[in-house]
Write a protein that binds this ligand. Structure first.
Ligand SMILES: [Zn+2]
Ligand SMILES: [Zn+2]
Length: 322
């Protein structure tokens, strides 16, 4: 009998690595606190229906990657695949709408996805994220992006890029979705089986596809950024302006994001008002000194997530599987 091994798609953090991670979490926790975010802890598992409703039944996370099981009482439970749905559940369940809005929360916890443990992808990984619920103010979107920038700067992460997108709203999204669907139907033969299914269920999800042939089709697809109504366009432009005004991200990073605006949807489909800072850092130095002199900004909202997956460890990923 061979010695026990950690389950497939998981890893141990030995003390040196755990100490490095602790330092990252402590930095983020300090900045979240400075921005008025409070720590929230939700269960490691929830009723499966929460994620089916919360993430949207047609997303790949729900369709393929959830770690779902029946417990001894035959209840369908799912190990948490993402942080937003449980936080929204807690917000409603505990009447947080009676608190001063927006309610600003942060979390640090393991997420579970039942996926092929290829390089850099684990079945259990940890995420730090923030949610600000109860405001549609563009300033809240802007602040959460700036906050993510501040965390990366504090950690000395190099080479940050910022991708911002708007998914439109009830006024402009349906027409765009139909336009996209019609385009995809015209090129159906070139799409993979998954994308043909997505085309019917939720065409926006085709942008998640990594198949080369699909990417080629999607590169020429109509862009949501070109189909926003005036309100959505204004919201988006205001967020961008406020991100710039917050002065927590390097000007070059914000300028690049502004230049990409209008190119519309890239890899990820976002929900309305959800702006994400996709990041890979920018050194400390000037920005950090400025920030320290200035103190933390005022308000935030929505959602910043930084998935921190551990770099692939070859010995682990190459281990033969039984
Ligand atoms: Zn595809
Ligand atoms: Zn709109």
């Amino acid at each position: 009998m061979s010695a026990p091994q950690a389950p497939r798609g998981t890893y141990d953090l030995l003390p040196d690595e755990a100490a490095r991670r602790d330092a990252v979490v402590a930095t983020a926790a300090r900045l979240f606190g400075a921005y008025g975010y409070r720590h929230i802890v939700t269960p490691e598992f929830e009723e499966t229906g929460l994620f089916e409703r919360g993430v949207g039944a047609a997303t790949d996370i729900v369709r393929k990657e959830m770690y779902t099981f029946l417990d001894k009482g035959e209840r369908s439970l799912t190990l948490r695949p993402e942080g937003t749905a449980p936080i929204c559940r807690a917000y409603v369940e505990h009447g947080l709408h009676k608190w001063p809005q927006p309610v600003k929360l942060w979390y640090y916890c393991p997420m579970f996805r039942y996926e092929k443990p290829q390089a850099g992808r684990y079945r259990e990984h940890y995420q730090i994220g923030a949610e600000a619920i109860g405001s549609a103010d563009p300033a809240v979107d802007a602040e959460v992006i700036a906050l993510l920038g501040a965390i990366f700067a504090e950690l000395g992460v190099e080479g940050v890029t910022l991708n911002m997108n708007s998914m439109g709203d009830a006024a402009c999204r349906p027409a765009y979705v139909e336009k996209l669907r019609a385009y995809l139907q015209g090129r159906e033969e070139e799409l993979c089986g998954d994308c043909r299914e997505r085309m019917t269920l939720n065409p926006l999800r085709t942008f998640d596809c990594k198949v080369e042939a699909c990417r080629a089709v999607l590169d020429q697809a109509p862009r949501v950024g070109d189909h926003l109504c005036a309100d959505c366009r204004e919201h988006f432009d205001t967020v961008l302006e406020l991100v710039r005004a917050a002065d927590l991200l390097d000007e070059a990073v914000v300028a690049a994001a502004a230049a990409r605006r209008g190119l519309g949807q890239r890899r990820r489909a976002h929900r309305p008002g959800d702006a994400r800072a996709a990041a890979a850092g920018r050194g400390p130095g000037r920005r950090r000194r400025q920030r320290r002199a200035r103190g933390a900004p005022r308000r935030v909202r929505r959602r910043a997530g930084a998935a921190r997956r551990r770099p692939a460890r070859r010995s682990r990923s190459r281990r033969p599987q039984p």
